[in-house]
Design a protein around this ligand. Structure first.
Ligand SMILES: [Zn+2]
Length: 272
């Protein structure tokens, strides 16, 4: 599932290619994504120009010239690919095709259809009500923030960091990686951490997310950026998906346990 670094990678790959371009035609080939694409979608997009590409949490925000936003969520398996020249033939999982006036084409493909696509009018406040701070925002997300949150919850670290209301954009890959870097086990309770532990954890989250963006996300299952390139972070994984392998830091065997119905990978020596 695309997490923050993958969505940011898509944003960066598409930004120079589609910003300023006018949308000429919109073809919704299948409407029943996670939430149905509304009937007005095509009419709302047609003729608009793309003003900017932004991201919040795991959402790609394509700003239009009438101040509306074309909101894309990639779900489990969605991709939004830019093609220099228009294609005529499509895959059965190509659900939305957008032709740009300059000749390019955007194709949203999503085999599992957990993704979504909508038009949002006005500002983002309503759209992201209740969504936690961005992990790279040091003012909103830091050790003190986690320490204070620990006073209000008995949940374990893995569950807390996966919760989009606590911090936006993290998923299973980067939560596992951040916990390894912080030296903390997935099942530790947040409320048992010291201020220093919380500071180290917040810093580890930022380090991992920055590194993952720098390496253009993880292509572990099927992630591709906006022009079809794979990411590179999968080669740098410390623990995620590496059960039974040796920890690069200490040589211990990496273990897997299930926390909150998701696999959690950790080194029993480096993480306490
Ligand atoms: Zn280790």
């Amino acid at each position: 599932m695309p997490e923050l670094p993958e969505v940011e990678t898509v944003r960066r790959s598409l930004e120079p290619r589609i910003t300023g371009h006018r949308i000429e035609a919109v073809d919704v080939r299948r409407r029943d994504l996670r939430w149905p694409i509304v009937d007005e979608f095509e009419e709302r997009l047609r003729g608009r120009s793309i003003r900017a590409l932004e991201r919040r949490a795991k959402y790609l925000l394509i700003r239009l010239d009438d101040d509306a936003t074309w909101v894309v969520h990639f779900g489990m398996s969605g991709t939004l690919l830019f093609h220099e020249s228009r294609r005529e033939r499509f895959d059965k999982h190509d659900h939305v095709v957008v032709d740009l006036a300059a000749g390019g084409q955007l194709v949203f493909n999503d085999p599992r259809r957990f993704g979504s696509m909508s038009i949002h009018e006005g500002d983002d406040a309503q759209l992201f009500e209740g969504v936690g701070p961005e992990p790279l925002d040091e003012v909103g997300f830091n050790g003190e923030y986690l320490f204070a949150h620990g006073k209000r919850t008995s949940r374990v670290l893995k569950d807390v960091l996966m919760d989009q209301r606590v911090v936006a954009g993290l998923g299973n890959i980067y939560v596992n990686e951040a916990l390894f870097l912080a030296g903390l086990r997935p099942r530790r309770a947040l409320r048992r951490l010291t201020r220093d532990d919380c500071e180290r954890l917040a810093q580890s989250v930022r380090t991992i997310i920055s590194e993952a963006i720098e390496h253009r996300g993880s292509s572990i299952s099927d992630f591709l950026d906006g022009v079809g390139r794979m990411g590179g972070y999968q080669w740098r994984r410390r623990v995620y998906g590496r059960e039974g392998e040796s920890c690069a830091a200490c040589g211990s065997t990496i273990k897997v346990i299930v926390v909150g119905q998701r696999s959690s990978f950790y080194c029993p020596t480096c993480q306490r």
